[in-house]
Design a protein around this ligand. Sequence first.
Ligand SMILES: CC(C)(COP(=O)(O)OP(=O)(O)OC[C@H]1O[C@@H](n2cnc3c(N)ncnc32)[C@H](O)[C@@H]1OP(=O)(O)O)[C@@H](O)C(=O)NCCC(=O)NCCS
Length: 175
Amino acid sequence: MLWLPPALPDQRTAIRRAGPRDAAAMASVHVMSWQATYRGQIGDAYLDGLTVPAFDRHWRHIFAARGWAFVATVDDRVVGVASGGKCRRRNLAEGEVYVLYLDPVYKGLGLGRALFDACHYELARRGHADCLVWVLGTNADARGFYERLGGDLVAEGEIVLGGERLREVGYRWPA
Ligand SMILES: CC(C)(COP(=O)(O)OP(=O)(O)OC[C@H]1O[C@@H](n2cnc3c(N)ncnc32)[C@H](O)[C@@H]1OP(=O)(O)O)[C@@H](O)C(=O)NCCC(=O)NCCS
């Protein structure tokens, strides 16, 4: 199997498929990770306005629309979230990893790679020939991670968040 999670001393780690019952825990990790990661990269007002109930609704909507996601767990507690699907820019790739966020406490332990591999595998299984990820240009840590995982820088774009125009870059992997 491609995406065995790393072993942490004295803790049981797992990567598994997520469902509606995980939505609240996923929302909590998602908001925490956004606020920790993007402080200084995205405006404070926008980050401080993110709420767990809104992200909970977002995840429930994804599952209701037959979307898929994976979670990383440590001792059965959700500490990471990832999801993907059809690429929003079909001229760049067929599949896309939309979301990949960890509780900051569990960064650097191999869980990000395991979640990414799970998404990459799922995209290939669903017939998507390749895979794209968008990342903020200023998110140097994530860019280093994606480059370490062998992604090729193939695109640049802009995203508007909280009224700010931010540069984003796209990395691509073959299937
Ligand atoms: C980005 C993120 C998902 C990576 O997950 P992680 O668990 O911290 O990374 P891993 O431990 O799985 O690292 C996998 C490999 O990448 C390497 N790596 C990680 N960050 C790196 C960096 N900044 N520069 C270079 N290499 C890096 C690791 O050393 C490891 O290499 P190895 O397997 O050869 O030893 C995680 O740190 C995170 O959630 N960051 C905040 C949210 C975020 O920015 N998400 C991406 C949004 S697009």
